[in-house]
Design a protein around this ligand. Structure first.
Ligand SMILES: Nc1ncnc2c1ncn2[C@@H]1O[C@H](COP(=O)(O)OP(=O)(O)O)[C@@H](O)[C@H]1O
Ligand SMILES: [Mg+2]
Length: 307
């Protein structure tokens, strides 16, 4: 993801990955937990952060009880440094920072708190920081997604989840447009392009074309910034080849409609080992190392690492 200096993220050595998606129960925490474990097993130092404030359960997917200190304590200034929140997990190289257990949802996090949190991530001793964003498209969730180096979307192959995923993509597109607008000071130009829209089938990618017609230089800058938006897509709970194909269709539609490169990086089968491991409160990859999903997670991590 592109880092405009509006995000508040500093240039540390850490790579930040964010896992999001339209709705709850699609497997965001499963993906966050197991991508973190894969990276840790490869020898990287990893911190998984549960930003699903209000619905935090990442700790269960990682096989740890609710840590004593959570992000609530940090946001309420009972704990002054993020470092104090890191709790080790049974997996070497992997720690967790747990989300709030009260109702302080991420939606309610103040702009200052969000910027502070983002700017303090670099103080953590980690190679990779993986954010479990929780459900929804609130401004804060979108900003964390956009600030990360990799933004990963998890979707189920069913209409409600697909709709929610498109809604999420549309929201990050508009959020990004707003950031670029302020950054390039092209608000009036975008308004002009918006006013010029005539057709019913006007798509966001038409907007860029329209801006380019008015001002070629700014139009291509805008196009470049939007092209930096390359969210990754994982389809979870796959049962048939048709389910897998949904990932490819979504990639094509995204390109056509938003001019955005959605990168379909893999799928995960529907597998009983997932809920069996959740019931045992044990990490899937450790409890069922021979599960077919292990290879799938491995492939996804390799795609994300560009290996
Ligand atoms: N690939 C899968 N196969 C079987 N069950 C799954 C799979 N992925 C998720 N689940 C089930 O869905 C539940 C919700 O997953 P979770 O990762 O907690 O979703 P989210 O974080 O998006 O709310 C899990 O507890 C598990 O029972
Ligand atoms: Mg979750």
């Amino acid at each position: 993801m592109a880092l405009l200096n509006t995000t508040g993220l500093q240039g540390g050595k850490q790579k930040i990955w964010a896992v999001g998606g339209g709705k709850g129960g699609v497997g965001k925490s499963l993906v966050t937990a197991n991508l973190s474990i894969c990276l840790a097993l490869m020898g990287h130092k990893v911190i998984a952060i549960d930003l699903d404030l209000g619905g935090a359960n990442l700790h269960t997917c990682l096989g740890v009880p609710i840590p004593d200190k959570t992000l609530s304590d940090y946001l309420a200034k009972r704990v002054l440094s993020l470092k104090e929140l890191t709790t080790p997990t049974p997996i070497e190289n992997l720690s967790i920072i747990s989300g709030a257990q009260d109702d302080v949802g991420i939606a309610n996090m103040k702009q200052m708190q969000k910027s502070k949190l983002l700017s303090k991530l670099w103080e953590l001793d980690a190679d990779y920081i993986i954010l479990d964003l929780g459900a929804g498209t609130t401004a804060n969730t979108l900003d964390f997604f956009l600030a990360a180096h990799q933004g990963i979307l998890v979707a189920l192959p069913e209409p409600t989840s697909i709709e929610n995923t498109y809604r999420f993509i549309k929201s990050i597109y508009h959020r990004k447009l707003k950031m670029v607008e302020d950054f390039l000071e092209i608000g009036p130009l975008i308004d002009q392009a918006m006013n010029a829209k005539i057709s019913q089938n006007y798509t966001p990618s038409d907007l860029i074309r329209q801006v380019t017609e008015i001002d070629q230089t700014l139009g291509s800058k805008l196009k470049m910034e939007i092209a930096k938006l390359t969210p990754k897509l994982v389809i979870n709970q796959v049962r048939t080849q048709t389910d897998v194909d949904i990932g490819h269709s979504m990639r094509i539609i995204c390109k056509k409609y938003f001019g955005m490169n959605l990168d379909f990086i893999g799928y995960l089968d529907y597998d009983a080992t997932v809920w069996q491991s959740v019931k045992k409160r044990r990490p899937l990859l450790l409890e069922y190392p021979h599960s077919g999903l292990v290879n799938k997670f491995d492939q996804i991590v390799h795609r994300l690492l560009n290996i």
